[in-house]
Design a protein around this ligand. Structure first.
Ligand SMILES: Nc1nc2c(c(=O)[nH]1)N[C@H]1C(S)=C(S)[C@@H](COP(=O)(O)OP(=O)(O)OC[C@H]3O[C@@H](n4cnc5c(=O)[nH]c(N)nc54)[C@H](O)[C@@H]3O)O[C@H]1N2
Ligand SMILES: Nc1nc2c(c(=O)[nH]1)N[C@H]1C(S)=C(S)[C@@H](COP(=O)(O)OP(=O)(O)OC[C@H]3O[C@@H](n4cnc5c(=O)[nH]c(N)nc54)[C@H](O)[C@@H]3O)O[C@H]1N2
Ligand SMILES: [Mo]
Length: 766
């Protein structure tokens, strides 16, 4: 169906501000933000979908990578999962007439909200070079055209193949196979902008870049430290796990510059007590750290642990564990002995007493989990900060035992699986060897480009074709102006997408959109309906079955699109049976079983009721397969971000009504924002010092050495209880403030948190 009434573009510039909430919940607000979409969906489709989210015979919710408990609730989803499902499964489709009515230039003037609200894409469309309009084309013509362009390049390295983290394991595996058989490792992905710092740090110090716990460890732990993460909005079902852990006696420490609602109190909508009562107090201790202050905080806590050991030798550290499994204790001791408490207090904005309390809580617990997300990974010193998380845990053997371990919480629902399947510009030689042996070809060995390097290569004209399996790269990457210029300079951009977004409006000379099935939809193939597999944050691999009819018969699955593209481009090269892959995903899984470590017997294991956990050395046997075969206690130099006089540190974050670049609605309920997104949250004391007041309009300037300032104009100031000296504004709008080369050391992840800014009275007429 097409939308009966046109959706007006919305004005995000005039928000209404009320008090922030001090507690988070799950379901009640569905009706406010989702009513129009639910009306479109109709009762039958709604029931089919909502009873299948995260159920064993249902589909994996695409709103985040939070794991499912063994015992599922009847409704195992959250408010934001419901929004994601409703957004995807809408029966509203973009009509063929749309493309003649809207030029690409016209689409580039629309907001992400408007683009997303046009409904599902159903037909491949092509914009030839020189034209300002997409026109519908047939699938076969689309693949022929793409194959001709790819085969006409001087080198396979002139193409790059991006992945966003929703792609299933099956499509990820054949996608990376296709790209490597084509001849390049240019496989940037959304993880480059997300948890790359985590992978980089953890693989070095413990030999695996993933969480070392399973879901049940939340029930066995004594202390959970939640750092740089806003679960109330971004992983709401985690609140249930925290609540359950607390009922079993665990304590929770939250470390965050913002008093996020979900970290303070949680009213569980699935418990009567939650709906009517006070809810559960989540954080036993809340440390309102300054942006970027975590590394100093972690060092200060580790130092206190070492001091406690010095006072009572032999009783505090896990000496057996350290002797058997770790290196670097003496160097760490020597280094932390030099730690300057004054510098720590300045960097963290905390008091010594607060840090003492955190250390006491850490010492009082025998089993500790530390979780984190973007508040830790998107800083210049993120990799070192994560190594400090590992230091703190290793000192007391908090890894590879029940209820303990580092647990990065992933964002996109299958971003972790993408990597396991080989989506990475720098896969190891052993993986490439196995791939080459399985398919009898020699994969390229030179590392490809990541997201930031890909942008540079596009801008220099070295990458001429940009192919994206999902996502919205132009909207998501830092340095919007650079990104748009670079993208427009290519010969061809191709997006495999469910819905319209900015990346369809900012294109190469020629552009193509290939519409695809979403995860909610039944994947009909010649050999029967197919399921796919995904991996969650705790390395549990399981099946996901689409449950509703596709919105249009013209849609192809992502697996079919990549298989057909590969067949058209490579023909018989290497004798790979691409058509067989599309017909029966079991055949893909047979290959996965032989190529991907830990996936032996894959077809059988993913059919088990709860799937299976991938092997994990640190978790299973305290085996650390990094370069030295031991866990590393590391020495990392503190270099806090300097905040010059009169400046603030700004973080970019998500509102409650968005999924990354997808804007569901203009509210941020827990933070008290309605009908708008053009806001900057600032501590009232800073406002006084800077001479501004709540409600003022400001332009936000970011300041860089050897470069002009960058500006985001016309934000409404919201006096907000963030840490002193800190501010916050929404992503993706605030991407304009971050230069492409402002990235984390070691992981090259754009620095989306702790950006030095100044406020000026707005020059914009509103
Ligand atoms: N509904 C919904 N769910 C999502 C997403 C979504 O957009 N919407 N996105 C998905 C994706 S891809 C991801 S990666 C995750 C993101 O999940 P989060 O990491 O929770 O996302 P952000 O909104 O970036 O929030 C960052 C949090 O870290 C805090 N923070 C910022 N800087 C610092 C710091 O220096 N130190 C500390 N200690 N805290 C800091 C912020 O105040 C905020 O609470 O969520 C996933 N789930
Ligand atoms: N300033 C700032 N920038 C950031 C961040 C930040 O915190 N601050 N966070 C970063 C993070 S953590 C991430 S993960 C990236 C996100 O970067 P991306 O993953 O590239 O962006 P998304 O907004 O998640 O992509 C949304 C689009 O995906 C498409 N889509 C949805 N479902 C499907 C599907 O099933 N199949 C296909 N083929 N397409 C689908 C739709 O067309 C939708 O418009 O952004 C990063 N950018
Ligand atoms: Mo992410």
């Amino acid at each position: 169906m097409s939308r009966k009434s046109p959706v007006d573009d919305v004005d995000a510039s005039d928000p209404k501000v009320t008090h922030p909430e001090t507690w988070a919940t799950g379901i009640p607000a569905i009706t406010h933000s989702m009513e129009p979409a639910l009306v479109d969906l109709g009762p039958v489709r709604t029931a089919q979908l909502f009873t299948a989210i995260n159920q064993k015979e249902g589909f994996d919710c695409m709103s985040c990578a939070w794991p499912d408990p063994d015992k599922r609730k009847h409704l195992e989803f959250c408010e934001n999962g419901a929004k994601a499902v409703t957004w995807e499964a809408t029966p509203v489709t973009v009509p063929d007439s749309f493309w003649a009515e809207h030029s690409v230039t016209d689409l580039a003037d629309k907001s992400e909200y408007w683009l997303g609200m046009q409904g599902r894409l159903t037909r491949p469309v092509y914009k030839p070079a020189g034209s300002d309009h997409y026109v519908p084309i047939e699938w076969d013509d689309a693949f022929r055209l793409l194959a001709d362009t790819l085969n006409g390049l001087d080198s396979p390295d002139q193409a790059a193949f991006y992945t966003s983290g929703r792609a299933s394991n099956e499509v990820s595996f054949i996608y990376q196979l296709f790209v490597r058989a084509f001849g390049t490792n240019n496989m940037p992905d959304c993880s480059n902008m997300c948890h790359e710092s985590t992978g980089n740090a953890l693989s070095d110090v413990i030999g695996v870049g993933k969480s070392t716990i399973v879901y049940d460890d939340f029930e066995r732990t004594e202390l959970i430290i939640v750092m740089g993460q806003n679960p109330g909005t971004n992983h709401p079902r985690m609140l249930t796990a925290l609540e359950d852990a607390k009922r079993k006696g665990a304590k929770v420490i939250a470390v965050n510059p913002l008093p996020e609602a979900g970290l303070l109190r949680f009213k569980n909508p699935q418990r009567v007590r939650g709906v009517v009562g006070e809810g559960t107090k989540i954080a036993d201790q809340f440390l309102q750290v300054r942006l970027g202050g975590d590394m100093a905080l972690l060092q200060a806590v580790s130092k206190r642990v070492l001091d406690a050991e010095a006072r009572n030798p032999g009783t505090v550290l896990d000496h057996d564990f350290i002797a058997e499994h770790c290196v670097g204790l003496e160097e760490l001791k020597a280094h932390l002995a030099q730690l300057d408490e004054g510098e720590v207090l300045e960097a963290t904005g905390l008091t010594s007493a607060e840090i003492d309390e955190m250390a006491d809580r850490y010492l009082a617990a025998d089993r500790v989990i530390i979780t984190w997300a973007m508040g830790i990974t998107q800083h210049r010193k993120s990799v070192d900060t994560i190594k400090e998380i590992a230091n703190l845990l290793l000192l007391r053997g908090n890894i590879g035992k029940p209820g303990a371990g580092p647990s990065p919480i992933r964002g996109h629902s299958n971003v972790q699986g993408n990597r396991t399947m080989g989506i990475w510009e720098q896969m190891s030689d052993s993986f490439l060897d196995a791939l080459g042996t399985e398919f009898a070809f020699e994969p390229p060995r030179a590392h490809g480009v990541d997201a930031v390097r890909g942008m540079h290569a596009m801008e220099r004209g070295e990458i001429k074709v940009w192919f994206a399996l999902g996502g919205n790269f132009v909207g998501a990457i830092s340095d919007t102006a650079f990104a748009e210029r670079a993208m427009r300079g290519t010969d061809l951009t191709v997006q495999v997408s469910t819905k319209l977004n900015r990346s369809h409006a900012v294109t190469g000379a020629a552009a193509m959109i290939l519409p695809t099935l979403g995860r909610t939809e039944i994947d009909h193939q010649a050999s029967g309906d197919q399921f796919v597999t995904v991996e969650d944050s705790v390395s549990l691999v399981h099946a996901s079955h689409g449950r509703v009819e596709p919105v249009a018969p013209t849609l192809l699955s992502e697996t079919a699109i990549i298989a057909r593209l590969a067949a058209a481009t490579l023909g018989d090269r290497y004798g790979i049976d691409w058509a067989g892959f599309e017909n029966d995903y079991d055949i893909i899984r047979e290959h996965i079983a032989r190529v991907v470590p830990g996936c032996e017997d894959y077809n059988a294991k993913v059919r088990q009721e709860n799937g299976f956990h991938l092997p994990n050395g640190p978790r299973d046997s305290r085996t650390f397969t990094n370069d030295i075969g031991k866990a590393k206690l590391t020495v990392n130099e503190l270099e806090p971000v300097e905040r010059p006089e009169g400046r603030l540190l700004l973080q970019t974050l998500r509102s409650h009504d968005q999924f990354n670049t997808t804007i569901y609605a203009l509210n941020d309920r827990y933070r008290g924002i309605k009908h708008g997104r053009d806001v900057v949250f600032v501590n009232p004391l800073d406002l006084d010092e800077l001479g501004f007041a709540d409600g003022d309009r400001v332009d936000v300037y970011s300041e860089w050495k050897d470069e002009p300032d960058r500006v985001l104009r016309g934000l409404r100031v919201v006096a907000y209880p963030t840490a002193k000296g800190c501010a916050a504004a929404y992503f993706p709008e605030a991407n304009v403030l971050v230069p492409l080369d402002s990235t984390a050391i070691g992981s090259n992840t754009p620095v989306s948190k702790a950006i030095v800014v100044r406020l000026e009275a707005s020059q914009t007429d509103l």
